[in-house]
Design a protein around this ligand. Structure first.
Ligand SMILES: Nc1ncnc2c1ncn2[C@@H]1O[C@H](COP(=O)(O)OP(=O)(O)OP(=O)(O)O)[C@@H](O)[C@H]1O
Length: 308
């Protein structure tokens, strides 16, 4: 098997009785946008800090590109990682450009790239304004530019869209796609499941320090065994006939809402249900298919985790 970008093996971080991260094993392949999701306090930030070697795991190991991460890890490994912490401390009296130059010095990176980075995050016009005058979204974009200093091959971004408006959020994800096209691997944490769902190649769901599941959105959907919902709009006189035909074929349950019927089918039987409905003729005037969302998957898996 090829070397993973990140390989976490049985990693735990315990603060006394608090198990911030608890026996997490995870593999992130190179060249992916990988999402780390979970509710507040699930352990996402702690796992990031462990991946960076800021925190030493109580148990387990973490490898980046095959190199074990620990405090005092080789600079060559750390230099290849760009990190946007959840709350990046910025100096209010520095301008945006001075801020990036300051971080470039700390990272021993080429400061000449800083102007280009400001352009990349849409802050070139604010380059010489003091950070104290920046809005929350501008600070967040400056933080993102800071993570890109030194052309890292791995980006660890903790809640990067916090404070961004919808347009800035879209621009941010477009920038991530470009970075992935350039071969950069990205791990992004968020508790905004609907935002992250269409934008990651695969993801992990954490709750109370534990990993509930990981894989592509489709794989997680299968793991959660949630049904697809199909809603049809009908001529009133056809309701009974179609309800019977669908339940005779083994689908259900059916919900009747005026002249609409809703059916549920396991994802593996969604297409046969649609084919059956399509064969039932012109009594059907409208059609809507809803696959389970990541939010549904998360809720189902969290409940299972709590019941275990
Ligand atoms: N230094 C610490 N000492 C004790 N407990 C801690 C410490 N740091 C984190 N924790 C606890 O570990 C758990 C995980 O916290 P963490 O910040 O990793 O979660 P998170 O998923 O990033 O949450 P959020 O989405 O709110 O940022 C929480 O219960 C938190 O209170």
């Amino acid at each position: 098997m090829s070397v993973a970008m990140i390989e976490i093996d049985g990693a735990s971080m315990h603060y006394g009785a608090v198990h911030a991260v608890d026996d997490v094993s995870l593999r992130v392949e190179a060249g992916q946008i990988f999402g780390l999701t979970g509710h507040n306090g699930a352990g996402k930030s702690t796992l990031f800090k462990m991946m960076l070697g800021i925190l030493r795991p109580t148990l387990g190991t973490i490898r980046i590109r095959g190199e074990r991460i620990e405090r005092g890890s080789p600079l060559s490994v750390r230099r290849g990682i760009g990190y946007l912490p959840e709350n990046l401390a910025l100096y209010d009296n520095l301008s945006g450009l001075e801020t990036l130059r300051f971080f470039a010095r700390i990272k021993s990176a080429d400061a000449r790239a800083c102007e280009g980075l400001l352009e990349r995050v849409g802050l070139v016009d604010a380059a010489h304004r003091k950070v104290r005058e920046y809005s929350k979204g501008m600070r967040q974009r400056l933080g993102f530019a800071q993570a890109l200093i030194g052309r890292p091959s791995l980006l660890l971004l903790d809640e990067p869209t916090n404070g961004l408006d919808p347009v800035a959020t879209r621009t941010f994800y477009e920038a991530l796609d470009d970075l992935r096209d350039d071969g950069v691997s990205v791990v992004i944490s968020s508790h905004l499941l609907s935002e992250i769902e269409p934008r990651v190649d695969s993801l992990a769901i954490m709750a109370n320090g534990r990993l509930l599941a990981h894989g592509s959105v489709a794989e997680l959907g299968r793991t959660a065994e949630l049904p697809a919902r199909v809603r049809v709009e009908l001529r009133p006189d056809a309701i009974e006939r179609i309800d019977r035909a669908v339940s005779d074929a083994g689908f259900g349950p059916t919900i009747v809402d005026g002249h609409r019927l809703s059916f549920e089918a396991p994802m593996t039987r969604k297409v046969p249900l649609i084919a059956l409905l399509a064969s039932l003729g012109d009594a059907i005037s409208g059609f809507e298919v809803t696959d389970p969302t990541l939010e549904d998957v998360f809720l189902r898996l969290s409940h299972r985790g709590a019941d275990a």
